[in-house]
Design a protein around this ligand. Structure first.
Ligand code: ATP
Ligand code: MG
Length: 455
């Protein structure tokens, strides 16, 4: 196939017939975030390269091996974002978001770019749902972030994801740990890859996250950060665990999680699915208390996570999770002749204004061909309009599911009939709303009572 009609390796198109799944997943994620008080933040796809070398870290795989970096026409070095946290923090500093009431809660669905070897669940362009919580030092913030990720997976209908947590300490306790790590790897230098030899001096903890098999093998027996935590970090970690237990969120402590990005401090976590094969991590996140300072802002203890939506999609498909069916077109208007075509265009516009989805012929096709097309679309109702309908002003509205037909007037009759036919649906929805309000009223009464008791 010619190059220009082939997408770039490691990227994928979402086709019209599949996009409803993505829309559903994205909407669900953002809705769960909204329920926790998070508002969407949008930042550009590219940034100054230095944001990522400083933010993500210049000894990480992401920056050293995976970033799409290029010079623009003004010879500035720019990079496609490999992740969103650095961009969100850059934006928060630039716009003074953290000078106001804290914490600030942001969420996003964003495309990210990494030059990796493409395989299932590992793309060069991929998408993340994520949240960032700026200015929240307490362990309850760690628990909220983790429970938000957990709630998102639940809401999407995903089951069986294991939560693994760890603490990678703070700069104070990490100095001691780095010393121990260095000593450990110094004696095993011959097993380390080139990149890790360089990391040995600059950032020995990165060796533990290296994917090269020989490095992995040695790293297995390396000292663990969790054994070097200072009192404050240990207390923080214990408190996070207490919160999780109280919230009924199951976890295991996995001391080998260090995460691939340099900015993390203290709590780090991953949600892992056994339905994914090699790329098993659906969500990764943690605390990054030093990042604001590192990027030139005020110290602002913060945390967040990123969830890979391609992997989420793979898990959902593997687990046979049902996506809500996309809405079909309400009515298809089939014209016979030019005058009718004009009328159909006019009626379509009217129907859409009333909130019904409507389509008509755009190809000058025969009625038979139009009906075939309407059937293929799976439209709910069809109306054929020819000279006699134009003359009488009466049309037949056909229910395509059961074949029933109703005679209605052309101008307001179609809209009314559609409203009428949709009435059961509407009543059901009304009842649901009323029930929801009753629930709220009950909650109010409850809150009122407890307030009274306190007084
Ligand atoms: P991995 O260890 O799988 O490479 P990571 O530690 O590099 O993941 P993060 O930078 O923490 O990943 O990104 C958060 C999430 O984004 C991951 O848990 C994963 O779900 C998703 N993700 C990361 N890289 C890719 C990719 N190349 N393609 C698809 N999803 C990805
Ligand atoms: Mg990676």
């Amino acid at each position: 196939m010619a190059l220009i009609t082939k997408s770039i390796k490691g990227t994928q198109d979402v086709l019209p017939s599949e996009s409803y799944k993505w829309q559903y997943v994205e909407k669900t994620c953002l809705e769960v975030a909204r329920l926790h008080g998070y508002s969407e933040i949008r930042t550009p796809v590219f940034e100054h390269t230095e944001l990522f070398t400083r933010g993500v870290g210049d000894t990480t795989d992401v920056v050293q091996k995976e970033m799409y970096t290029f010079n623009d026409r003004g010879n500035r070095s720019l990079s496609l974002r490999p992740e969103m946290t650095a961009s969100a923090v850059r934006s928060a500093i630039e716009h003074g978001l953290i000078n106001d009431a804290l914490p600030v809660k942001g969420c996003y669905v964003a495309s990210c770019y990494r030059a990796e070897k493409p395989q299932a669940g590992r793309m060069r362009e991929f998408h993340q749902f994520g949240v960032e919580l700026f200015g929240a030092p307490s362990p309850s913030a760690d628990a909220e972030i983790i429970s938000l990720a957990n709630a998102t997976l639940n809401e999407l209908g995903i089951t069986g994801c294991a939560l693994e947590i760890n603490s990678i300490g703070c700069p104070a306790c990490r100095a001691e740990y780095h010393k121990a790590l260095k000593e450990f790897f110094e004696g095993r230098k011959e097993c380390l890859c080139e990149t890790c030899l360089d990391r040995l001096d600059r950032n020995p903890m990165r060796i533990i996250d290296c994917k090269v098999p020989t490095c992995r093998e040695v790293a297995k027996d390396a000292p663990r950060m969790i054994d070097y935590l200072c009192d404050n970090c240990r207390e923080h970690f214990d408190s996070v665990k207490r919160y999780l237990s109280a919230m009924g969120i199951e976890y295991t402590v996995n001391p080998s999680i260090v995460r691939g990005l340099d900015y993390y401090t203290r709590t780090v976590f991953e949600f892992v699915s056994s339905d994914l094969g090699a790329q098993s991590t659906v969500c990764g996140g943690g605390r990054y208390d030093g990042l604001f300072g590192q990027l030139g802002g005020h110290d602002t203890p913060s945390l967040g996570f990123g969830m890979g939506l391609e992997r989420i999609m793979l898990v959902m498909e593997a687990q046979g999770v049902q996506f809500p069916e996309p809405e079909k077109t309400d009515v298809y208007l089939a014209p016979m002749g030019e005058a009718a075509a004009v009328k159909c265009m006019e009626l379509c516009a009217k129907l859409r204004q009333e909130g019904f989805s409507a389509q008509t012929d755009l190809n000058n096709r025969s009625i038979k061909a139009q009906m075939k097309y309407a059937n293929k679309l799976g439209v709910k109702y069809t109306v054929v309009i020819g000279d006699s309908e134009l003359e009488s002003g009466i049309v037949r509205l056909k229910n395509m599911e059961n074949g029933e037909q109703a005679e209605v007037t052309m101008d307001s009759g179609i809209v009314e009939a559609l409203y009428d036919m949709g009435i059961n649906d509407t009543i059901e929805r009304l009842n649901e709303t009323v029930a929801a309000f009753e629930d709220l009223a009950g909650l109010d009464a409850l809150l009122g009572d407890s307030n009274n008791e306190e007084v």
